[in-house]
Write a protein that binds this ligand. Structure first.
Ligand SMILES: Nc1ncnc2c1ncn2[C@@H]1O[C@H](COP(=O)(O)OP(=O)(O)OP(=O)(O)O)[C@@H](O)[C@H]1O
Ligand SMILES: [Mg+2]
Length: 475
């Protein structure tokens, strides 16, 4: 669970410091930088997995091909100036993880702060591109005694915090940066505290973060941090992907664009998750159909996934009230998106952080309450401890729909605005600011917050509206 994000120098995120709870909705105009927040989170996730080159190319807006230019990621990256990205996250990591060889590892502490600074090294010759360089990397624990100060969202201490913030450590950092005469090194410290010598890694030769090199249970807490960050992903459901056929050999996990819907539901309904009891298929299908019925206009009588042994494909069938029986690919775009979220809600293996782009896309305004309730329900209930029926999942959505802003609890809302910002070099520019509601847990004394009056811009009829509500006419 990502509980705090700090970003400096990435795209138009010049000074973003934001506390995150189980559910967050970022609302703002086009081109403000809402998706850039997701890019920053996704970039961190890629950096925990891939080389610096690969991670920079996988971020949205970079070319996606070898030879993509990492300057896309730096604020105003194509101007000659000191380019640096500073990222920091606070996160609750899983207490037990599996390493790349299938062995289990137990984190010493589960509440951690990770900091990373990246620079830019110009191309060495004509015809080549520059590259990202590693400047600094730190991983430290946050003491249990300090957890209350760091976890500001309302939650149950007994049921939630004490179940997920675990362990203690007397030693210092797990990863620390040291400037030595021969160059900067990143020290990797063992979980045993001050026992054992730290392993230094020279940053000048690092083509990747040190965190991403930890693949075995020799360093269990660093590995747990890596696993947590690897679980941060973006969901941007596309009807074409949701309609794609699903073979027996395809993965049984929903892809970020929504592929493998049928095989995912088949797995949830029929296969026991690790350490879990075999599911009751009929009950799973009934719950998905029941949830889908929240969407007005859809009378879902039942749902099931049928394996076709001859063609070796899975097909998701929907039986509508009135006896129409249709494969899911015949459903409308909005229905398919909604159905995909209903399926994810049932998936106990679908954990971690989900960044969802504009969940209201393709949904009729009358159905906004249903879709918003669904995405909120995907997130863990922090009044209870996470378990099989309360999956440890966190959700961040972005939106520009007035309806979503109106329906969302002000506690969960952040307004994305472009505010003037003066850089260290004295340049005045506009940078993304995520502003909380004044009376919410997110508000900080002395920092900007918004009031009811500030959201009026979201709620009024658009300029030039031809059909107006009666109360809009009373001026
Ligand atoms: N390297 C960069 N340096 C400075 N600003 C950048 C950089 N890259 C992108 N931006 C800014 O980010 C904006 C795009 O932000 P983003 O895609 O997050 O918008 P959004 O809020 O998601 O909008 P929409 O609602 O239309 O999806 C660009 O218009 C540009 O101003
Ligand atoms: Mg966007």
């Amino acid at each position: 669970m990502l509980t705090r994000l700090e970003v400096r120098g990435f795209k138009n995120l010049l000074d973003v410091n934001v506390d995150l709870g189980p559910f967050t909705c970022i609302a703002g105009a086009n081109g403000i930088g809402k998706s850039n927040v997701f890019d920053a989170i996704e970039f961190l996730s890629y950096l925990a997995n891939d080389s610096l080159v690969e991670a920079s190319q996988r971020v949205r807006g970079a070319s996606g091909l070898r030879g993509g230019d990492p300057r896309d990621l730096f604020w105003d990256g194509y101007r000659e100036h000191q380019r640096q990205i500073d990222l920091a996250v606070e996160m609750i990591v899983p207490a037990e993880v599996e390493d790349d060889l299938g062995a289990f590892a137990k984190a010493t502490t589960t509440f951690l702060r990770y900091e990373l600074s990246l620079g830019y090294s110009a191309p060495e010759g004509e015809g080549s591109v520059g590259r990202l360089t590693l400047l600094r990397e730190e991983l430290r624990h946050i003491n249990r005694g300090d957890a209350a100060r760091h976890l500001r969202f309302p939650h149950s201490v007994k049921n939630f915090r004490n179940a997920v913030v675990l362990g203690k450590r007397s030693g210092g950092a797990y990863l620390s940066t040291e400037n030595r005469a021969g160059g900067t090194v990143i020290n990797v410290h063992g979980d045993g505290g001050s026992f054992g010598k730290p392993q230094p890694r020279a940053v000048s030769r690092a083509g990747r973060t040190v965190l991403s090199t930890v693949t075995t249970n020799d360093y269990p807490t660093i590995l747990a941090a890596r696993r947590e960050m690897q679980s941060w992903r973006r969901l941007a459901l596309e009807p074409s992907a949701l309609r794609a056929p699903d073979g027996f050999v395809d993965p049984r996990i929903l892809s970020p664009s929504g592929q493998h819907l049928a095989s995912t539901l088949y797995r949830i309904a029929n296969e026991a998750g690790p350490g879990m009891e075999a599911p009751d298929s009929d009950a799973v299908y009934a719950r998905v159909a029941g949830r889908l019925s929240d969407l007005a206009g859809i009378g879902a009588e039942s749902i099931s996934v049928e394996p076709d042994q001859v063609r070796e494909v899975f097909t998701l069938f929907l039986q509508e009230k009135g006896n129409l029986r249709l494969p899911a690919r015949a459903l409308s775009e909005g229905t398919l998106r909604f159905l995909a979220l209903c399926v994810l809600l049932e998936d106990p293996t679908f954990r971690g952080l989900i960044c969802m782009e504009e969940p209201e896309n393709g949904i009729h305004p009358a159905n906004l309450p249903a879709i918003l309730k669904l995405v909120e329900d995907l997130a863990v209930d922090v009044t209870e401890s996470p378990d099989e029926s309360n999956t440890f999942r966190q959700v961040i959505v972005n939106t520009h729909a007035p309806g979503v802003v109106q329906l969302c609890s002000p506690q969960d809302l952040l307004l994305a605005e472009a505010r003037p910002y003066r850089t260290a070099e004295g340049v005045v520019t506009r940078a993304l600011s995520l502003v909380p509601f004044k009376d919410s847990w997110r508000a900080v004394d002395g920092e900007p917050s918004f009031s009811e009056a500030d959201v009026v811009a979201y709620l009024v009829a658009p300029a030039g509206a031809q059909l107006r509500l009666p109360w809009d006419l009373v001026v």
